[in-house]
Design a protein around this ligand. Structure first.
Ligand SMILES: [Zn+2]
Length: 468
């Protein structure tokens, strides 16, 4: 399996630290609003990476944080007159709803920055003891000049960066030793949430959060650290500087970054007012369509969000779902159970599509080509099945299709929560309860059905029902 590593700027063979195990950390969102579709891209991409590792038999420890203390959260809390804790809790819950809609597996662990402050204070202490950090008036800074490999991830010219930021140092307005030094701990301002530390009552800088949470839940060394390409510098560069200085070993073996998402060929920005939240998209489309759209391009290619492309994704996804539905329909009416010799041969030929799928995924998770392999399987399935097909053959084709689409997180074989016969049975039971004037039981049955998305309507002709 080959992964493009931002560190080496090349595709490298994946070799796990521990056999059959993957330790993976993905930087999560700052929770001060509904997530937008730019946040959704890394979520979908790296969930798919995780799913492929699991498909290959790896045991994946997948950690993704929520940044729940931040200037933006504090600002929102002040605007609304509530605590920042209230804001972050609310949007973590909303984010999890969106993730469920996009069929993103919950992480093995979703740490919250505010619950890990002790570890951050510890790591900052270590960095100070080792000379990698210094305190000025209650603020602690990382001493970037001391970390010789600073810049190795972003491949930036540090001198250019330094000269760009030098002006403040020259005028003495900045207390930092170097223009690139960054904050590890900062004192509170009036009314801000704070924690006690040896340096001041305050809160951690953003970068130290991830170094600490990754260490606590995955250990000092991990296989993959991932996020959007906007995080390469300074966030991930700074995480490397902190973790490698504090732990004395290489932090992550592979660094993966997804490219930007544009909207109608423009960058998403506040000034253009073109931010689209996942929630807004969900009012128009099943979020499975958004997922399919995101995977229709390679994760390192910029992706353009537009109504046309969403419509194309919708019909693409429908083609796959229809093929699965068709197989299920044929299975329900199949006249024979066991595969014939001819069917065995036909089925064996589908191995080719599985191989095509895997080849694509092994090549730095080329989901665009993997989707193409699924379409080939769909086409083959449609042309090589009919009313004469055996149940076993149809079943095996369906399983093969589901197995591949599941790696992409696409649900093509939605199990109905409740079958028609069960609904009819419960309706009869409700009628009987009403007749016996047991209205409590009758209402309980109606609620039970409603929970499963079944709406009852009492008419003069009897009870009618429909799926919501
Ligand atoms: Zn991070």
């Amino acid at each position: 399996m080959k992964i493009f590593n931002t560190l080496s700027k090349s595709k490298q063979e994946f070799v796990p630290l521990e056999e059959n195990k993957v330790k993976m950390y993905v930087c999560g969102p700052t929770v001060y609003n509904f997530i937008h579709i730019g946040n959704a891209r890394p979520m979908i991409v790296f969930d798919t990476v995780r799913r492929y590792f699991e498909y290959k038999g790896y045991d994946v420890n997948f950690v993704s944080n929520f940044t729940d203390v931040d200037d933006k959260i504090i600002k929102k809390a002040i605007e609304e007159g509530v605590t920042s804790d209230e804001v972050s809790k609310r949007f973590i819950a909303e984010c999890k709803k969106d993730m469920e809609g996009m069929n993103i597996k919950p992480a093995t662990k979703h740490p919250l920055a505010t619950e890990e402050i002790d570890g951050m204070v510890e790591m900052i202490k270590t960095l100070i003891d080792q000379g990698f950090a210094y305190e000025k008036n209650g603020t602690v800074y990382y001493r970037t000049r001391k970390f010789e490999e600073y810049g190795k991830l972003s491949h930036k010219n540090l001198d250019d960066l330094r000269s760009g930021e030098r002006s403040l140092l020259v005028t003495g307005e900045d207390e930092k030793e170097d223009a690139l030094d960054f904050v590890l701990w900062k004192p509170k301002k009036e009314g801000e949430p704070f924690w006690v530390s040896p340096w001041s009552e305050g809160r951690p800088g953003w970068h130290i959060e991830c170094s600490v949470m990754s260490k606590k839940y995955l250990g000092e060394q991990i296989d993959i650290h991932a996020g959007g390409e906007d995080l390469v510098f300074p966030h991930h560069e700074n995480e490397i500087a902190q973790s490698e200085a504090a732990n004395g070993k290489e932090f992550s073996r592979y660094w993966m970054h997804n490219a930007f998402l544009n909207i109608d060929n423009h960058k998403m920005s506040k000034s253009l007012g073109n931010f689209r939240t996942v929630r807004e998209i969900s009012e128009q489309y099943d979020l499975q369509v958004l997922r399919f759209f995101m995977l229709s391009a390679h994760y390192r290619s910029p992706l353009n969000f537009s109504a046309d492309l969403m419509e194309a994704s919708k019909s693409g996804l429908e083609r796959i779902v229809n093929a699965a539905d068709n197989l299920k329909f044929l299975m329900g009416n199949a006249k024979s159970d066991c595969m014939t010799e001819a069917e065995k041969e036909l089925f064996a030929k589908t191995e080719e599509f599985v191989q095509g799928f895997e080849r694509a995924m092994e090549d730095d998770f080329n989901t665009a080509d993997a989707v193409a392999a699924v379409f080939e399987l769909v086409k083959y399935t449609n042309t090589n099945t009919n009313q004469e097909s055996s149940k076993e053959y149809l079943q095996m084709l369906l399983e093969r299709l589901v197995k591949l689409t599941d790696v992409l997180g696409l649900i093509v074989n939605k199990e109905e929560d409740i079958l028609d016969e069960e609904i009819e049975k419960l309706i009869e039971e409700r009628q009987a309860a009403r007749k016996a004037k047991d209205f409590k039981r009758a209402d309980a049955i109606r609620d039970e059905l409603l929970e499963k998305g079944i709406i009852l309507k009492d008419t003069r002709e009897g009870v009618q029902w429909k799926r919501a």
